[in-house]
Design a protein around this ligand. Structure first.
Ligand SMILES: Nc1ncnc2c1ncn2[C@@H]1O[C@H](COP(=O)(O)OP(=O)(O)OP(=O)(O)O)[C@@H](O)[C@H]1O
Ligand SMILES: CC(=O)N[C@H]1[C@@H]2OC[C@@H](O2)[C@@H](O)[C@@H]1O[C@H](C)C(=O)O
Length: 369
């Protein structure tokens, strides 16, 4: 991943609405797009249940949508207005700073890289009009145009933050979907970076917990800790061709949903949870990688689940939360879209053949006109 000389620093807000549908993550950073010079505040503005349900309905039916449906437009507006609220709450935490730019990911409702398609809802023009700050959005389209997966985009941030790390490391993000960034040792000032989505993160476990306990997730792995992994079911889940495919590759939140839910149907709540949690772990462990990392760092909501972290440790070895590096593991994706917005302003690339499969290094994003 080549680096250019340091540019001018800008205050940038990054906004991410992840596949867990839990809320808007927002973060303010001072960056030149290559390094984070200063961390401002970060927050999560949770979605209310009604909006979550409406978004989930869109996700479940996204393949059938044309884009012009009134309800889709209405949800897109509501989601955008939650982002406006997040920007304003963040600005109140640091009122003297006037941000230069907002990086707005939006909410993915469909991701079909094989068909050159990744659909994020979110109205960039409305956000810009309401916030009065230039907005960069639509971060995945150009990468897809270049034959890439359009995801994951966060490796550029991981590489920027780990530029002094000597060893070979992996950074995992365990959100709704899980992804990994593999960073080889630094050679002649350069580091090789590979990336992909590994498989499910917490999304299957969330859906299972909601169905069995009515809670949004298996809080602290309580259910999974009391269950037994059903090996035959687990092997069936891991039988798909995705897991043996080399990097780079990426997933939709619902990629494994139907078959996985069918496979665990009939299991007790505890055994189903234990088996789905192991599916996440084993999909990571079996991902074909260029080398075995010396250390693993985990970001995203999954690192709050102690059962998942224990299982990762026993399967992978040296595994820690990214918080030990001084990073905020809940804000990392939002910080990434702040970095990407500034990279767009400087026309620096944000994805590479080894991270997304794009034919050439690719500048991510589009400015609201
Ligand atoms: N205490 C906890 N115990 C168990 N799971 C937790 C806990 N806290 C958070 N989680 C999990 O983390 C998830 C949210 O993670 P995160 O916010 O990283 O996802 P996301 O950003 O929406 O997803 P993605 O990275 O795929 O876009 C929740 O849905 C839940 O499954
Ligand atoms: C299409 C899409 O929204 N993908 C998300 C999702 O959530 C995690 C994983 O799958 C990752 O590939 C990506 O998000 C992060 C921010 C990324 O692009 O790096």
């Amino acid at each position: 991943m080549p680096e250019t000389g340091s540019g001018d620093l800008r205050w940038a807000i990054g906004l991410m609405s992840g596949t867990s549908l839990d809320g808007v993550d927002a973060a303010l950073v001072l960056t030149d797009g290559e390094r984070i010079a200063e961390y401002g505040p970060a927050l999560t503005l949770p979605y209310d249940q009604m909006l979550r349900d409406r978004m989930r309905l869109l996700l479940d039916h996204a393949v059938e949508l044309s884009g012009s449906e009134a309800d889709l437009k209405d949800v897109e507006r509501e989601v955008t207005l939650r982002h406006v609220e997040a920007v304003s709450a963040l600005r109140q935490m640091m009122p003297t700073i006037v941000p230069d730019v907002v990086g707005f990911h939006g909410q993915t409702i469909l991701h079909q890289p094989g068909m050159g398609r990744s659909w994020q809802i979110g109205d960039g023009a409305l956000l810009q009009e309401q916030c009065g700050i230039p907005v960069i959005y639509d971060f995945r389209a150009r990468d897809l145009d270049y034959g890439g997966e359009g995801a994951p985009l966060v490796p550029v941030l991981h590489a920027a933050l780990l530029d002094r790390e000597e060893k070979s490391v992996a950074v995992l993000n365990i959100g709704g979907v899980a992804n990994v960034t593999l960073l080889g040792p630094v050679k002649d000032g350069n580091r090789q970076v590979w990336a992909c989505d590994t498989g499910p993160g917490n999304a299957l476990l969330d859906d299972w917990a909601e169905r069995h306990t009515g809670t949004a997730c298996d809080t602290n792995g309580a259910l999974a800790s009391r269950g037994v992994v059903k090996q035959d079911v687990l092997e069936r889940l891991l039988n798909g061709s995705y897991f043996s495919r080399p990097m780079p590759k990426s997933l939709d939140r619902l990629s494994f949903h139907g078959p996985a839910m069918e496979a665990v149907r009939g299991l007790s709540a505890e055994d189903g949870a234990a088996t789905l949690l192991e599916f996440t772990v084993e999909a990571i462990a079996r991902t074909p990688m260029e080398f075995t990392p010396d250390k693993w760092f985990v970001a995203g909501g999954g690192r709050h689940n102690p059962v998942l972290m224990d299982r990762l440790r026993s399967r992978l070895g040296d595994v820690s939360s990214v918080d030990v590096l001084g990073w905020d593991g809940d804000a990392l994706e939002a910080q990434c879209f702040a970095l990407l917005a500034v990279r767009y302003l400087r026309q620096l690339p944000s994805s590479w053949p080894q991270t997304t499969g794009t034919r050439q290094a690719c500048v991510a994003g589009r400015a609201v006109a």
